[in-house]
Design a protein around this ligand. Structure first.
Ligand code: PLP
Length: 407
């Protein structure tokens, strides 16, 4: 039987995972039913937006990862969605964590995860955060500038480094991280030499092909470039590198299987002669995008001839900031089942803040709705609740999260 619990903010409920069984909540209809039952049974009456987090979905995705990339340990990228129940589930399943700041490291350590299961995967760190990592025993980080080598030497000399390479050109990804991070091919040797001079250790190489990956073939080019960097380090007489970090960019479903096939083949070709190299990944959206569903409530309406305008209680400055940050194109659906013969109207849906840019969809077909009705947004887990703001006094963290499990 499907059940939900409402998580109090900050609850780190690892135990939920043990109650979760397979074959639960696979269908969109099951989530819809769950949202209906939350609205029908909540006391006090549910009158604000909320998310349903399907913990069973994370379990399935973790199994699919283990099947597809059995030799690649996932280090979940906390930035994508730092919901404690999600972090707890992934910790229980055996994932490591990619953290980018002191607060992310603290959140993961608070779950009982050992510091050796954390990579501080931010190539440019502030000194206080790096000193905190040193005190906490997080001893692996990324770099892509000589300045960063000097900083690590000053603040955390025991920390081992992964040289972050720029993702391959022409990856056509929506979020190209290579404009900001990653060494170009001609910068690899100078950056390795800088480490040699400083007397710190390079443990290996990392890259990120962009988020989400547009063509899975780019993983092959990135793995080949990583092997070239391993060889350059060996030619400089450096101790053998032992870590390859293939970053994120994965999406759930068939595209994950395609990516895994390319990666496994490229690893065999480029790293087959280096069996001691430990391969890790930093998946973010893969583990959370499909696991969260948003229900937002219609709080206002305007009728202008045939056109309808609605206001809902979540928007671009709340969890729907994935429209801005992640270029998400939302496809909301009314919670109410359409009646036969219901017609649709060209509709605009606004978020609750007073900024006129706070527009969720425009020119979108929806049936007639009323104030108090609900709109459902699927696949809302990535770069959403974690990156919302308090603009205009609407606090994203106040959005309730119901965790769904079967018992
Ligand atoms: N690792 C790093 C360093 C990142 O910057 C990101 C996303 O920005 C990720 C991992 C997660 O990427 P994704 O959500 O595409 O898997």
């Amino acid at each position: 039987r499907m059940q939900t619990v409402l998580l109090a903010p900050g609850v780190k409920d690892k135990k939920l995972l043990s109650y979760t069984r397979r074959n639960a909540l696979k269908e969109k209809d099951a989530v819809t039913d769950l949202i209906r039952s939350i609205i029908a049974t909540s006391s006090p009456v549910q009158r604000t937006a909320f998310h349903v987090f399907r913990i069973d979905n994370v379990l399935e995705l973790y199994s699919a990862w283990r099947r597809g990339l059995p030799d690649v340990r996932p280090y979940y990228a906390v930035k994508c969605n730092p919901e404690p129940a999600l972090l707890g589930a992934l910790a229980e399943l055996g994932a490591g964590f990619d953290c980018a700041s002191r607060a992310e490291i603290e959140a993961v350590l608070a779950l009982g995860v050992p510091p050796s299961s954390i990579i501080y995967a931010n190539p440019c760190k502030s000194e206080p955060h790096l000193e905190y990592a040193a005190a906490a025993g997080v001893n692996l980080t990324t770099y892509d500038t000589e300045e960063e080598v000097a900083k690590v030497k000053r603040c955390h000399p025991r920390c081992e480094l992964l040289l972050r390479l720029k993702g391959p050109d022409g990856s056509e990804t929506t979020c190209d991280l290579g404009t900001k991070y990653g060494a170009r091919a001609d910068e690899v040797v100078p950056l390795l030499r800088a480490v040699q001079r400083a007397g710190v250790t390079v443990a290996g190489v990392s890259f990120h092909v962009g988020s989400p990956v547009a063509r899975v073939g780019v993983y092959r080019a990135a793995i080949e470039a990583a092997r070239a960097a391993f060889d350059e380090a060996a030619a400089l007489g450096m101790p053998p590198m032992r870590v390859l970090d293939i970053g994120g960019g994965f999406t759930a479903g068939a595209s994950f299987d395609d990516a895994a096939a390319v990666i496994n083949d490229a690893l065999a070709r480029s790293f087959g002669d280096l069996p001691c190299v430990e391969v890790i990944g930093e998946p973010g959206r893969y583990f959370c995008e499909t696991a969260f569903t948003l229900a937002a409530r219609v709080i206002g309406k305007r009728t202008r001839g045939e056109v309808r305008e609605y206001w809902i209680d979540d928007g671009l400055y709340g969890s729907l900031n994935n429209i801005l940050m992640d270029h998400k194109v939302p496809r909301p659906r009314p919670l109410a089942t359409p009646r036969p013969g219901d017609r649709t109207h060209t509709s605009t849906v606004f978020g609750p803040t007073c900024d006129s840019q706070d527009e969720v969809v425009t020119g979108y077909q929806l049936p007639e709705m009323s104030v108090g009705d609900w709109l459902v947004f699927d696949n809302m887990g990535a770069y959403s609740t974690g990156s919302g703001s308090k603009f205009n006094g609407f606090d994203t963290s106040e959005i309730k999260i119901y965790v769904a499990y079967s018992s």
